[in-house]
Design a protein around this ligand. Structure first.
Ligand SMILES: C[S@@+](CC[C@H](N)C(=O)[O-])C[C@H]1O[C@@H](n2cnc3c(N)ncnc32)[C@H](O)[C@@H]1O
Length: 187
């Protein structure tokens, strides 16, 4: 099994604990400026909690593409998302999956960047920015200091990739610790 792939226990415990904090996800996703007609790329869909909520927000004019490096996590996403015509699931590295540059109005990233090896993180962020159409949004929430990730890193990467900061919100919960959510717009 590759290092990306979770064990059965990890999948079980993530889904079990996740079932107690659906409000944590729902309140966040309900607060986002999603109209429903966008192409949304969800990067690192994992257990699919966000995917399910995002898929319910999009109309027939919109589309949700979930990308995950792990085939096992993507199988979990598949089970919880109604994979109708408006949802596509893609497994692989972001630079290998068939998503055209400048095709997405929203790139959604929730608790993923801190999991990416530091030496790959900038390339991942840059590739995600390329997928975004001009005027499109990167919507990002990550824990403040895990795996070498920091909000300052995100701000720096955004500036380097031609994004302007629309909002930045700091939160803290007992189960996630400190975290910051950002919305960046591609100029
Ligand atoms: C902590 S989980 C978060 C899942 C989900 N976004 C959430 O908030 O519940 C991180 C997810 O990112 C995926 N991931 C990690 N590195 C990745 C990469 N380089 N490309 C795509 N997905 C990646 C993992 O396989 C895992 O599904």
């Amino acid at each position: 099994m590759s290092t990306f792939e979770p064990t059965n226990f990890r999948i079980f415990i993530t889904r079990f604990l996740g079932s107690f904090i659906t409000d944590f996800y729902k309140e966040y996703i309900d607060s986002l400026p999603i109209k429903g007609n966008e192409n949304i790329l969800e990067f690192g869909s994992g257990s699919g909690v966000c995917s399910r909520m995002l898929s319910k927000k999009i109309s027939q004019q919109g589309h949700l593409t979930c990308v995950d490096i792990s085939s096992r996590w993507l199988d979990v996403t598949r089970k919880v998302v109604d994979e109708v015509s408006k949802v596509t699931l893609l497994q692989g590295a972001i630079w290998d999956v068939p998503v055209s540059d400048e095709s997405q109005q929203i790139v959604f990233i929730h608790f993923v960047l801190h999991d990416i090896p530091p030496e790959e993180r900038s390339r991942v962020f840059q590739t995600l920015c390329c997928k975004l159409a001009p005027g499109g949004l990167i919507i990002l929430r990550e824990p403040d200091s895990r795996g070498g990730y920091s909000p300052e890193w995100a701000k720096m990467q955004a500036a380097e990739n031609g994004l302007e900061e629309i909002s930045s919100t700091h939160q803290r919960t007992w189960y996630t610790g400190d975290m910051t959510s950002f919305i960046f717009r591609k100029t």
